[in-house]
Design a protein. Structure first.
Length: 301
């Protein structure tokens, strides 16, 4: 006789499999791996990547305390130049704004710095419009197409939405007492998604909400330890750090499968970190413990 635990597992498997069967399949094909800059200085445990559809790609080479700026066009990686910013000694997550500036979350400074296209430091992001701006500690952030900044404030346990000048225009309460939020994403409709690594869950707040509600709960069967999320093509791409791969979900929460796997050869990953998706070029992933960044073409079948 099938016991209760087995019945529960089968029910979960059916729940995960059904949406995946209905969804269009995503496939990735390895295009290139980036191991070093133009002067043969190797990457060391890079954590961040950001890209746009204009051929710009920036890597946070975290272990070396620097940024590496590249061109990426027609699925070809071009020149890779080093950018060192003393004010950002441990660069982690990155985002490009519409003006081509790189916003950098530095782990040591615990602040978001801005670096212009020429590689010059333009100062730290100053949050305005909250009672104690100096107490804001960003845990993760994203920039949308208008330049608005969405950040997780670890102090207030809120998502703060800032205009490009740093003024808070909206606040969203995050669930407390259990979840540990490691990243967030925003889609073109201004829906905000928050990723809980410990609970292996995704939460969502629509553009009129003041707090989050569950979208995907208890997805450890599919994602062991989710740490980063990106929105593209009507899907959520979730980095599974400990599971060494990516999970794909619809923006309605439907599970659509896994991509990649553990390994050291091209096309496999070892403790992956941040990813970015260029609508024109494909998916780029910081392959942290393999000390490289991998580039994939992406097709929808």
């Amino acid at each position: 006789m099938t016991n209760a635990k087995t019945r529960l597992w089968l029910s979960l498997a059916a729940l995960l499999a059904a949406p995946a069967a209905r969804a269009q399949a995503i496939s990735l094909v390895h295009v290139a791996s980036i191991y070093e800059d133009d002067k043969d200085r190797p990457l060391k445990q890079p954590e961040g990547v950001t890209c746009n559809d204009q051929g710009r790609l920036v890597i946070s080479d975290t272990g070396n305390g620097r940024l590496v700026s590249l061109t990426f066009k027609n699925r070809r990686v071009g020149s890779a130049s080093e950018v060192r910013v003393p004010q950002l000694p441990v660069p982690a997550a990155l985002q490009l704004d519409p003006k081509g500036n790189v916003l950098v979350l530095d782990r040591k400074a615990r602040k978001i710095g801005r670096v212009d296209p020429a590689g010059q430091f333009q100062g730290f992001l100053e949050v305005k419009g909250v009672p104690s701006p100096s107490s804001v500690v960003p845990g993760a952030f994203k920039v949308d197409g208008t330049g608005s900044i969405y950040l997780i404030d670890l102090t207030s346990v809120k998502v703060l939405v800032l205009d490009p000048e740093g003024t808070v225009t909206r606040q969203l309460d995050l669930p407390r007492d259990g979840p540990v939020f490691t990243d967030l994403a925003v889609d073109p409709a201004a829906n905000v998604y928050a990723l809980d690594a410990v609970g292996s869950s995704i939460w969502v707040a629509d553009k009129s909400a003041t707090s989050f509600k569950p979208l995907v709960q208890g997805m450890k069967e599919a994602i062991q330890f989710p740490t980063y999320v990106a929105v593209s093509r009507g899907r959520l791409f979730v980095t599974d750090q400990n599971g060494h791969g990516l999970g794909v979900f619809g923006i309605d929460g439907s599970y659509q499968g896994r991509l990649l796997g553990l390994g050291w050869t091209d096309g496999l990953v070892y403790y992956p970190s941040q990813l970015c998706v260029s609508e024109a070029e494909g998916l780029i992933l910081a392959d942290r413990y393999n000390s490289r960044v991998q580039v994939f073409s992406m097709t929808v079948k």
